[in-house]
Each structure stands twice: as C-alpha cells, then as structure tokens.
Design a protein around this ligand. Structure first.
Ligand SMILES: [Mg+2]
Length: 336
C-alpha cells in the first residue's frame, strides 16, 4: 500500500494495469471505528479479482499508514493490492518541505507532514503562547486534523499562529465522525472553531476539495477510468464523484442512516426524480449540502445504488442505499 504524496502512478499498487478503478470511502463503508463491516472486504476482493483497481480514499487523517494497513488486513483486504489516500496526505501536499507546521491531529497527520519534509510543531513547549509572532518561532501553516485532545489552549495557540501569518489548512471539514456508539464531533467542528477564532477562511485538503482530487488523479494510471466512487456522505463522497466525473454509489451507514432510523417508515429512499431525492425526513448531520436531501445535479444525473449515469438514463431507482457488498454485487452483475 502506498499512502504517500508521491505522484508517480507506477509506484501505486494499482500499477499501470487496470483501465477501470473504484474509489472507495473507508469510515462507514469498509469499517466503523476500525471494526470491519460485514462483506466489505470480500466486496473489495471481488473488484480486484474482476481486474478493477481499488483506490481507498478517507477523510480520516488520524491513522498512520501502518495502522491503515492493519485495519485493511482485519477487514480482509490485502494492503499490497490496493492504494490509499487520506486527507492527511492531501493536507501535506499543501505545505512545503522545511515548513514549520503546527499540527492538531494524530499519528497519520504527523507522519504525512514529516514525509513531506515539513517540521511538525506540536502545541505546548514547541509552540508557546508567548512568542509565536517572533521570527524564530514563526509557524508557516496550521494544519487541523482529527484532534481528540483539542481544548481551549490548543485553540488559542492555533489562533495566534494564524493571526501571526500562518496559513490555515483543514484536513477535511466533516463535522461528525461515525463510531459504534453514535456520531462524535469531526475535524470540521474543530476547524470551524479555529477558523472562527482566527477570522480566517481555511483551505480544506480532503474530500471533496481539489487537493485530494488532484492526488487521486495522480495516483491512478493515466488511462484508468474511475468507474465508481462509493461512499456514505453526499457532501464529500458524492461531491468528489461529481468533481472526478464519475458515478456515485451511495452506501448506507451510521452517518446517513443511524440504527435508530432503520426499520422506520422514514428511512431513506433514493429516487431518480429530482423531487423524490429525499433521505428521510429526520435530521441527518448538519453538514453543508448534505442535509436530508440529495444535492441538485445540473447534469440531470441520478444518485443511486449503481451510481449515477451522467446522461441521466439510469432508469428509475427506488431502493434503500445498499452496503458496499450489495453495491459491488449489483455493479458486477450488471457488467456481466
Ligand atoms: Mg464515510
């Protein structure tokens, strides 16, 4: 598995072979808090056996590459046969080698920044509140990832660094993160606090923004077509699909359909007609563009379990969003 910010497609496990690839989200699709979701690993294996390349794409910046590899193995996925990009890799691509980067996040973020050649500065002794504006303590960038130790002190350090001239970068802006016990605050919630305190608009590196789109394009072989983007968030995965120009396979998960909804009359149905694109009538997550309604698609395409046909000719669909296993089964059956 190559999770660096390299731009040489031939260095990717996908290699130069496959002419088709799937881009697959991880949290809520392949695993939930690292615990494998039934059938997801087998589904990835089926794609690989069908000669389809798999590029896993996560907005979770916390795991290191070795931690990602361990999780993949537990999910039944051989890390050597897939490629993976995370929002940490994408954020690292936005700083320069030698930059002093104040990092609010986890191992994966530190690792990606160090691999980029940046000097990782942690809040505290390395970045004292007093003196952040001194030239010898100057911070080139503040990168906000999934920081589970975030507190008022860290907010103050980050705010002062940005006000002293540091660029503010968010690995992603997901405001929630799924866990088996329910949603917890995501990177977007912390990033919003830092941005508000700094009165600055951040650059966001992860899905669905251009930095990770560029990284995905760089990882895929030159003539490889993205056949599907599969994910459980419309505002990130769905938008990513739109920006790549690929169909979107919407996967049901804790994020878009918590267990408490399941079995209720208001669980989500996805229709092919614009006026029927509802995801239930209960509040989902307060994420821009992802609020209980699928985004308008000016191209007239639909968002459905087999992905959207850019021509809008996919036919009527009125099914609950499937698991990754079902999505892959449907796609491979249709192709055969
Ligand atoms: Mg997800």
């Amino acid at each position: 598995m190559a999770c660096s910010t390299h731009t040489n497609p031939k260095a990717s496990p996908i290699g130069a072979g496959p002419r088709k690839a799937w881009v697959i989200d991880l949290d809520g699709v392949v695993w939930l808090s690292g615990e494998p979701i039934a059938g997801a690993g087998e589904a990835v294996q089926r794609l690989l056996n069908a000669g389809i390349g798999v590029l896993l794409c996560s907005n979770n910046s916390s795991p290191s590459h070795s931690q990602y590899a361990d999780r993949l193995l537990r999910a039944g996925i051989d890390p050597a046969r897939v490629d993976l990009v995370s929002s940490a890799d994408s954020a690292a691509s936005l700083v320069q080698p030698g930059d002093r980067v104040l990092a609010l996040g986890g191992d994966g973020l530190y690792e990606a920044l160090e691999k980029r050649g940046a000097r990782v500065i942690l809040p505290g002794l390395q970045a004292p509140l007093d003196g952040l504006s001194d030239p010898e303590n100057a911070i080139d960038a503040v990168v906000v990832g999934f920081d589970q130790d975030f507190n008022f002190y860290r907010l103050t350090v980050a705010q002062r660094a940005v006000r002293a001239g540091a660029k503010l970068i968010g690995t992603n802006e997901d405001v929630t993160h799924p866990t088996p016990s329910g949603l917890v605050p995501g990177t977007g919630a912390v990033l919003a606090a830092v941005a508000a305190a700094s009165e600055t608009t951040p650059v966001v590196a992860g899905k669905p923004h251009e930095p990770i789109v560029d990284l995905i394009r760089a990882r895929l072989p030159e003539h490889c077509q993205v056949e599907m983007v599969a994910g459980d968030r419309l505002a990130t995965d769905g938008k990513l699909a739109e920006r790549i120009g690929a169909p979107f396979g919407f996967v049901r998960s804790e994020v878009n359909c918590p267990p408490s909804w399941q079995g209720s009359a208001e669980t989500q149905h996805i229709g092919s007609r614009p006026d029927s694109r509802h995801i239930g009538s209960r509040p989902s997550e307060s994420q821009p563009g992802d609020q209980r309604r699928l985004p308008a698609d000016p191209a007239g395409s639909t968002v459905h379990p087999l992905g959207s046909d850019r021509s809008g000719a996919g036919g009527p669909i009125d099914l609950e969003a499937p698991s990754l296993a079902v999505l892959v089964e449907m796609a491979l059956s249709r192709a055969s």
